[in-house]
Design a protein around this ligand. Structure first.
Ligand SMILES: Cc1ncc(COP(=O)(O)O)c(C=O)c1O
Length: 468
């Protein structure tokens, strides 16, 4: 049969495509500082207008690239912007994008050690570095995931299998009510009945109250339930609070529960001196989730899970098949698919490995230290304003605060202030509810955010509130 179209491109075309794409991306990155913090006007209509059926005929690359860079990418909340201090930023290192390109273009099968032993090794080197940073022993093993949600999923599954096996009906989980909602979502996907989630009250600083955990565990044991998992937070999403990690570890030990820490946002601060002090006890956990697409500034799509006794992660995920009989792994190596729900997968660790090798760990440590300083700076400034109130000083880099109007409804006033601030398009922050009240919330984590952006954010917050 005569081939109508060869999917393999000529070297010249490949080179041209790469050059055009890189040129467009560099242009985009260079213009980030003066670009608006978001552009979502007419979002529903524009989104709807983009619906289309698959075309039988191809188009030329340059016009597709123009379409992406002009009509798709700008139409969004500008998450890599230096003044994006909403939700949990990261920025998205260019070196990771280059790593993704290399990984995808060479398209090695990284699901098993046998198919790409060297690639598996360098991914596992990165996971070993993470383990060392968290104070885990050599027995630890880990996996790269698409993000914190799926990393938490594998943690819950490992805990469940190890402590209660398949008898899930009475298995109970203990976490503060500030725990990220993905933990409940994945626990539910792991088969734990929703009635068995114990989301416990927090103290005035939004941290878990260990005595309450113990009280509820004891009560559940009396009722014949099967407590199996305590989740501690190394930085909550709402306020950045760090739970009392040592005390939660003690309770987990006392009652024979698995102790998991969600450090998706805050765990990497453990590579800084100040962060390490604050995260004392993280090393006592059985498992930790860390999101490189947050604390290491990698583009979205990078989570990870570490399990102290790596064999327990393996037992929760290993399953073989006849057609896999050729695939072997030597005893001192790690076969990714035995530790993860995935088989075929991208060369995910490369996007973390390349920037770590390129810059060295100290560059990440310094960036994280700078973010801790900036968060404290902003907190002090807002706190000193007579018309504002903040939650407690930031454990890490999240600040929750609100404006106190002289008259009128406080929640309404803060909703309006939020709109006024983001409509300035100078920077982007987010909001949350604390005890049902509306709060503004900044999270400083992008590698592009420095003193100038934080000062400008403070100036705008104050100016907009003064107009009230
Ligand atoms: C503390 C915490 N845990 C888990 C998650 C979920 O991670 P992901 O969005 O990568 O799935 C987040 C996301 O912001 C988070 O802040």
């Amino acid at each position: 049969m005569k081939k109508k179209f060869d999917l393999e491109l000529s070297p010249e075309v490949m080179k041209q495509m790469g050059e055009d794409a890189i040129k467009a991306v560099i242009e985009h990155i260079m213009h980030l500082p003066e670009s608006p913090s978001f552009h979502l006007e007419g979002n529903e209509e524009i989104s709807r207008a983009l619906k289309e059926s698959a075309s039988e005929d191809g188009a030329d690359f340059q016009s597709l690239l123009n379409f992406l860079m002009q009509r798709i990418i700008p139409f969004s909340i500008n998450t890599p912007h230096p003044s994006y201090i909403a939700y949990i930023p990261g920025g998205g290192l260019y070196a990771s994008a280059v790593a993704d390109f290399i990984g995808a273009a060479t398209n090695r099968f990284t699901g098993t050690w046998f198919m790409t032993p060297a690639a598996a090794r360098i991914e596992n080197n990165v996971l070993d570095w993470f383990s060392q940073w968290m104070g885990y022993p050599d027995s630890a093993r880990g996996i790269f995931t698409s993000g914190g949600s799926l990393a938490n999923f594998s943690a819950v599954v490992a805990a469940r299998k190890h402590i209660i096996g398949d008898d899930v009906a009475k298995g109970t989980i203990y976490a503060s009510n500030q725990t990220h909602h993905c933990v409940m979502k994945v626990a539910s996907l792991a088969g734990i009945p929703e009635n068995n989630f114990r989301l416990l009250d927090v103290d005035e600083d939004y941290r878990a109250i260990p005595e309450l955990f113990e009280k509820v565990i004891k009560s559940d044991l009396r009722k014949g339930m099967k407590p199996f998992l305590i989740v501690g937070n190394a930085g909550t999403t709402n306020t950045g609070a760090i739970d009392p990690l040592v005390e939660l570890a003690d309770i987990a030990k006392k009652y024979g529960l698995w102790y998991h820490i969600d450090g998706a946002y805050g765990g990497f601060f453990n590579i800084c001196e100040e962060g390490k002090r604050k995260l004392d006890g993280i090393e006592q956990s059985d498992s930790i989730v860390l999101d490189p697409h947050k604390g290491l500034f990698i583009p979205y799509g990078s989570g990870s899970l570490l399990v102290k006794e790596g064999e327990l992660l393996r037992r929760a995920h290993i399953l073989s098949a006849d057609y896999m009989q050729d695939q072997y792994t030597p005893g001192d190596e790690v076969n990714p698919s035995e530790y993860s729900p995935e088989l075929s997968r991208p060369f995910r660790g490369l996007r973390v490995w390349l920037p770590l090798k390129l810059y060295g760990v100290h560059a990440f440590r310094e960036n994280l230290e700078e973010k801790l300083y900036l968060a404290k700076w902003l907190y002090d400034k807002i706190k000193a304003e007579p018309d504002f109130e903040c939650t407690s000083p930031p454990d890490l880099t999240v600040i929750a605060f609100r404006y106190r109007p002289k008259k009128g409804d406080i929640n309404e006033a803060n909703r309006k202030l939020y709109k006024d601030i983001i409509n300035s398009k100078k920077f982007y922050l987010s909001t949350t509810l604390l005890h049902g009240d509306f709060y503004l919330r900044c999270c400083i984590l992008s590698f592009r955010t420095h003193q100038a952006q934080v000062e400008e954010a403070f100036k705008i917050i104050r100016e907009k509130a003064a107009k009230d």
